[in-house]
Ligand binder design. Structure first.
Ligand code: C6P
Length: 408
């Protein structure tokens, strides 16, 4: 047993899916960085919404619409409180991290000119690379890369050398999805602000493990997806400082985001509605709030401590397998282990693990530049959540050993 104040077996009962079998074997779900599982407490909120008050929001005077509107706005406030955001209208509901980043990248089009520089870290998910490349194509701005070292840590000296009065934007993930590295975002934000650049932090992989205080961080934009933190897919938030959100143009036009429409001219709604065109994922937003309630009920300190124990235990056990190499050995990591076995394709290991009921992700993890850096086609990635157990780590290790024996 690992030392933890959490009652993992009781927690697991909240997740019926963890009791299922795959190919006749008990499921061992270790793909939490791709998406986390959803507890009954959140599923029940979704069911209750459709059973009792499914309606469009901010539109009707009827009771159902008012109930749905109230629940959606309460969820916004829960998110505001969780991330210690100053004002609830700085919380923009999105379909997820990708949407949030694209909203900002598109909005910056008229703020950049040829020769301006934008900095991106070397360990980004494609979601935090491609929208900025597209922005550079539109504006003539130059994309520069903050390099990383072989441990999978950003070379901060190089970062500070790259910053200049030409730097207009810096974007970096809080935690790398492929390596688990926790990046020094405080230093990144402070450095960028010194030269007057804005910073977007992609919090997709951090939010399930680290409770970020966005006011203390003084970050300009922060994005998350609910499905990485016990919520449903298709919903997330973009946090933006009020001043930036007022400056940025709307991302999409449509219902809900307007103050007045005539054929001559349209004026836009106040925040947050200016960025929330069309009918949103109402139930998803409400369920996101419920997911935060659930995770806060368990406690982020206890979650982080337990996941770190799982990480240490799994790292040690996996490294006992001859020929196994871990990619991403930073000092500060969340519970993600990317690895390969010499002479074996990661996809083959993943396929054998699946036959044993073990779910991991294989491939480039939507972070091809990281794979290019290590000159590998991809990795096997095991990512642990607070509902995983030491016994599941043991099964992973046995499974990898078995796969190695079969494939070599
Ligand atoms: N990473 C993974 O398996 P969306 O798809 O919009 O919810 O999140 C995109 C995203 C952005 N940034 C980071 C750091 C991410 O990890 C992800 C999603 C998943 O690693 C699916 S590709």
């Amino acid at each position: 047993m690992l030392e933890t104040s959490l009652d993992i077996q009781t927690i697991r009962k909240d997740f019926p899916i963890l009791g299922r079998t795959v190919h006749g074997q008990p499921l061992v779900y270790l793909d939490n960085a791709a998406t986390s599982q959803t507890p009954d407490q959140v599923v029940n909120v979704i069911v209750d919404y459709y059973h009792r008050y499914n309606a469009n929001i901010h539109r009707g005077v009827h009771t159902l619409s008012q109930e749905a509107t109230d629940a959606y706005e309460v969820a916004r406030q829960k998110i505001q409180k969780h991330f210690h955001i100053g004002k609830s209208h700085e919380v923009i509901f999105t379909s997820g991290t990708t949407h949030g980043i694209n909203l900002v990248a598109t909005g910056f089009t008229s703020f950049l000119k040829k020769g301006d520089e934008v900095l991106v870290s070397a360990m980004e998910h494609h979601s935090n690379i491609v929208p900025w490349q597209m922005l550079c194509e539109r504006t003539g701005a130059i994309l520069k890369v903050i390099p990383m070292n072989v441990e999978g840590e950003l070379v901060m000296e190089e970062y500070h050398n790259l910053l200049s009065e030409n730097t207009k934007l810096v974007f970096c993930n809080h935690v790398s999805n492929a390596l688990g590295t926790v990046n020094p975002i405080e230093e990144i934000i402070e450095g960028a602000h010194k030269v007057g650049a804005a910073v977007l932090i992609d919090g997709a992989q951090a939010a399930a493990h680290i409770k970020a205080d966005l006011q203390a961080l003084d970050v300009d934009f922060y994005t998350v997806s609910a499905h990485k933190m016990c919520g449903p897919t298709g919903v997330g938030i973009l946090y933006g400082k009020e001043a930036w959100l007022n400056k940025l143009p709307p991302y999409q036009g449509g219902g809900e985001m307007i103050a007045e429409v005539t054929f001559e001219k349209t004026t836009y709604a106040d925040l947050p509605h200016k960025f929330e065109a069309g009918t949103p994922n109402i139930c998803g937003g409400i369920a996101f709030g419920a997911a935060l309630d659930y995770m806060n009920g368990i406690g982020f300190d206890a979650i982080a401590q337990y996941e770190d124990e799982l990480l240490q235990y799994a790292t040690e056990r996996l490294l006992s397998i001859e020929g196994l190499k871990i990619y991403g050995t930073a000092e500060h990591k969340t519970s993600v282990i990317s690895f390969n076995i010499e002479g074996v394709h990661p996809y083959d290991i993943g396929t054998i693990l699946d036959k044993l009921g073990i779910a991991v992700r294989t491939g480039h993890h939507c972070a091809q530049p990281i794979m290019d850096f290590y000159k590998i086609p991809g990795t096997v990635r095991a990512s642990f959540s607070f509902y995983n157990t030491k016994e599941e780590v043991d099964k992973l290790v046995e499974g990898v050993e078995r796969a190695k024996n079969m494939l070599l």
